[in-house]
Structures are given as C-alpha cells and as structure tokens.
Write a protein that binds this ligand. Structure first.
Ligand SMILES: [Zn+2]
Length: 282
C-alpha cells in the first residue's frame, strides 16, 4: 500500500511547467517551474554525458606529407561534429549493442579524406559513405598542405557517449540557474549606482516615476554587483525556489530538443530498471 505522504509528493511533482524562452537550430533556453533541482540536474548531466552522438574513433593514415603529426590530425578529426540526429543515426547501432566482433557497417561509418596541396584542407573534404552522417560544418580547417604535399586517410566514426570521451558530448553548454528574484526596498535613494554596476542591463532608471526598475530579470547572473554598490542596502538578489532557467547548446550534431528527448529516454530507462528490480521481488 502506498503511504499517504507519497501520494501528496506525486501530486506536487506533476505541476511542473515548462515555457520556451528562445530556440534556434543549436540552442534552446526554457524556464522550468515547480521542479526539484535534483531532477533538473539529472537531466543536465544526462544531456551532457549519456546522449549518444557520432564521432570519428579510428583513423587509418595512408599518407600525410603535411607538417601536422598524424596523432594531432587524428585528434582533430575526432572533434569534427558529425550530423547525428535521429534520422541520420536511425540504423546505426552503438558498438556495445552490435553483435559483430570488432566493427561492421551496422555500427560504424567510414569517411575518406584525399587531397593534394597547395591549400587548406577543410571538414567538407571528408567524404562519408553515408550521405546523412557527414560533417555539420564545411569550413572547419583541418590542416594545410604545401605544393605537391598530399594527405590520404580513412576514418571510421561510431556512436558513443560523453562519459567515454568529450568528443561524444552533443552539448557545448548545458546549464541551469535558479530563476532570479530582485527586490528593491523603499530605502532606495535613487543614486542609480546599481543600474551602472549591473554588467547585463538588468536594471533601468525610470525617469518618469523616478525609481529603479527591473527590466530583464531573466538575464541576471546573480553576480550581486548591484548589491555591493548600494549604500542604503535597498537592493536584494534572491531566487525562486523550484524555478529554473535551463540552457542547452549543442555543437550542431544533434538538435537541442532532441538531446532533451533522448536524455528523458535514458532517465526513463534507468527508472524502468529500478521498477523491474522491485517487481522481481527484493
Ligand atoms: Zn558492428
């Protein structure tokens, strides 16, 4: 039987609200209300560390006449973001989920680079056997070739997660902060020092009403520069318990909303294994 207090907690949890503040191809900022920070932090960590993306893992260098060492070139290739959205990776398996002994076309994608100098070799010169899994950006410089210098290599890319190597992290920034709350008391003497001290344009002095106004509370980083310059101690920076501003920025390999969906899938699977364990009898 479920204890009464557990039921109350479930109800509280179901009130969570989400509002999207801004969104583009590589970044999403949204506000979560009435959530627990442990839950928000779990999502953040999974977005960074456990959502798979494709990256180059092995490089077979046939020829490299350039001044760049083979291992430096291989490392650089590993960091080139490759398209890894759901559509591109639909039929690609994680190496640990594949039943092959080493590598096979079901768990790896091959990319070939062959170029003769002079000139700069860019990420667009990497030719993939899979038209969907290719470099996200065309103009990442890889190396420089002088007259008659050549580079020839074959690279194999595979799915992986950030826990194993940072090159498999789909996010370049993934963070949340408490929703700031700024209060200005009546002791304010309109000196406007706080308006000038704020590095992010959060405060403004209203010439009509002659008072300091909060114009962009969500941009506040809680640095408290305003608090330090206020001689009358009229301004206070706090935060709203349970409300967060969450940012997910990706390297372009996976759309940010897809990172979030996959992170929730991972979390849900973890919860499922606990359920299976409990139902199996402790
Ligand atoms: Zn395989």
């Amino acid at each position: 039987m479920v204890p009464d207090d557990l039921e109350v907690k479930e109800e509280e949890g179901s009130n969570m609200e989400i509002d999207v503040k801004s969104k583009n191809d590589n970044e999403i900022i949204f506000i979560i209300r009435d959530a627990d920070f442990t839950f928000v932090n779990a999502i953040r960590r999974i977005c960074m560390m456990e959502v798979p993306k494709v990256a180059i893992e092995d490089v077979h260098i046939v020829k490299n006449d350039s001044a760049m060492f083979d291992e430096v070139l291989a490392h650089r290739l590993g960091l080139v973001p490759l398209v890894s959205d759901a559509e591109a990776t639909e039929s690609l398996l994680l190496p640990e989920d594949c039943d092959c002994d080493d590598t096979c076309p079901r768990c790896t994608v091959s990319l070939v680079l062959k170029k003769k100098g002079p000139g700069v070799v860019y990420s667009k010169d990497l030719v993939s056997e899979d038209s969907k899994i290719k470099p996200v950006y065309d103009t990442i410089p890889l190396l420089k070739l002088k007259e008659d210098q050549e580079v020839e290599l074959e690279a194999t890319a595979q799915l992986g997660i950030g826990l194993d190597h940072a090159k498999w992290e789909p996010t370049t920034a993934c963070a949340y902060k408490y929703y700031p709350e700024i209060t200005i008391a009546e002791t304010c003497d309109e000196c406007q020092n706080c308006v000038e001290a704020c590095p992010r344009g959060v405060l403004e002095f209203d010439q009509k009403t002659k008072e300091v106004k909060v114009v962009d509370v969500e941009n506040c980083s809680m640095c408290k520069s305003c608090v330090r310059v206020c001689e009358t101690k009229a301004i206070d920076i706090g935060y709203q318990e349970g409300n967060f501003i969450f940012l997910v920025e990706t390297d372009g390999s996976v759309p940010p909303e897809e990172v979030l969906i996959k992170a929730c899938d991972v979390l849900s699977k973890k919860a499922d294994s606990v359920i299976t364990f409990c139902e199996g009898g402790i």
